[in-house]
Design a protein around this ligand. Structure first.
Ligand code: CDP
Ligand code: MG
Length: 191
């Protein structure tokens, strides 16, 4: 049940000076930082991180907003998705990102809960996207922009494993005891 997950503080989070603020939310629930670095993403890494398989998923999310906001369009979900994925790949290259691997019980699920939903507009107060942003995916798409939603977090355990391998070498990941291990893992004498 102890898992690792990947978090990226996207260029908007770094440029807005929110790195400490966001990372403190993970630290305060007891997740352990086991890897961390500042990375300038290039086109190749952007494409590997946001693969073509995401096209129908991101297209569907924007279509939902366009339908809800009465935005007229003739494009298919596939075409909308292609536009969004290109914009999203560009956005992640706009400036350096902080890449982090967090470890803890159910880490991918816990981190997604703290992050909120994809669109900041629909992310509840208390979540990172809900507390520090407000834009909708529908609006961002009308500007042909990848939504500036501050943070990436692996969607599930399987995605986390693939993404950690993509972003980190084994030698960049660390094992060390944290004070939370006492309370979370119930192994005080192993420290
Ligand atoms: O990041 P998350 O897992 O919540 O969403 P995703 O569906 O995996 O999409 C990846 C990223 O693409 C999002 O975080 C947004 O930055 C961007 N995106 C967007 O700009 N507009 C959409 N309709 C969907 C995604
Ligand atoms: Mg995702």
């Amino acid at each position: 049940m102890i898992e690792q997950t990947l978090v990226l503080l996207k260029p908007d989070a770094v440029q807005r000076g929110l790195v400490g603020e966001i990372l403190s939310r993970f630290e305060r629930v007891g997740l352990k930082i086991v890897g961390m670095k500042l990375v300038q993403v290039d086109a190749e890494l952007a494409k590997k991180h946001y693969p073509d398989a995401l096209i129908p998923i991101v297209g569907g999310k924007t279509k939902k907003d366009w339908d809800a906001y009465g935005i007229k369009y003739t494009e298919s979900v596939e075409d909308i998705g292609k536009m969004i994925i290109n914009a999203t790949r560009k956005f992640i290259q706009q400036g350096p990102v902080i890449a982090v691997v967090l470890e803890g019980l159910h880490a991918p699920e816990i981190v997604r809960k703290l992050v909120g939903t994809t669109g900041p507009k629909d992310s509840p107060p208390g979540t990172i996207r809900g507390d520090f942003a407000h834009l909708s995916l529908g609006y961002a798409s009308t500007q042909k922009k990848g939504a500036a939603n501050l943070i990436h977090a692996s969607g599930n355990s399987e995605e986390a494993k693939k993404e950690i391998e993509l972003w980190f070498k084994k030698s960049e990941l660390f094992k060390y005891p944290s004070v939370h291990d006492v309370h979370v893992l119930y192994a005080p004498y192993d420290l």
